[in-house]
Design a binder for this molecule. Sequence first.
Ligand SMILES: C[S@@+](CC[C@H](N)C(=O)[O-])C[C@H]1O[C@@H](n2cnc3c(N)ncnc32)[C@H](O)[C@@H]1O
Length: 290
Amino acid sequence: MAEEFSGDWLDLREPFDAAARNPGLAEELMAFLDEKARPRFLDLGAGTGSLTRWLGHFVARPHSWVLADADAELMSRAFDTMMDAAYEIGWKATWPQKKALLVHSPQGAWRIEGILANVATPATLPLDSVDAVVCSALCDLVSERWLLELAKLLARRKLPFYATLNVTGRERFTPPLPGDALVARGFARDQRRDKGFGGMALGPAAPEAIARIFGEHGYRVMKAPSPWIVPRQEDEMARELALGHAEAALAHEKREAWKIEHWAEVRAEQAEAGALSVRVDHQDVLCLPG
Ligand SMILES: C[S@@+](CC[C@H](N)C(=O)[O-])C[C@H]1O[C@@H](n2cnc3c(N)ncnc32)[C@H](O)[C@@H]1O
């Protein structure tokens, strides 16, 4: 079963995701796709389409997207958000056929199609009709076996793989509190739980595993930092991050539940008072076929 995510949470984090992703690696991917007149992207675990709305601006010519996700509610929200985002910047969005949305940018249309699919089996992905496979905040959920299978399939087709926002396990809530280590330990245990990709989730091991596995398949691998920096005035994001960490930790540190609950209460109060800042480190990884 696919791990579930709330659309409100994905919306809240979208501006932090956009500020965090490393533009240098996006430019490298665009340089690789330079000869494609109309590049086609497959976004795995696309959620509400946050990566498409960010990366599409780098393409600067007509191009197309297939958004793949198992969650029908997120998929429908992705298209609503895509249309709203287009209108907000003065672009039109139309549905000339039922199958795909066209977002009319001044540099050409973005054709966006959605497929409701469980992406846990790479062999079932539509890899023969795309030029690049991309994802955002997905690879911490997947298993090593899934990555191996994906790398094999992409190498055979000489397709690039661009995985943004992979957690590294380095996180800091400021100011420090006595329960920080306990919450961090429980959260780290939760990140390795099986998340429906055929084995233990990679969690913070994802950036290293992507680099190693794609490197072994002949890929040139580039990595770059993409941290979430949440200043004190971003109280809602700081609060949600603290509560999310506490909830995940509670599932694994049951004997110390009261300490985690107390930590969450204090963190929520700090956030509401504009006194909590957070940094969550990520790495973006771009793998280009040799
Ligand atoms: C952390 S969210 C990231 C969403 C989006 N890429 C973003 O950056 O905002 C992970 C996404 O993966 C999707 N997902 C998780 N497991 C999946 C699976 N087995 N098949 C398809 N989608 C899956 C979830 O529905 C969710 O949209």
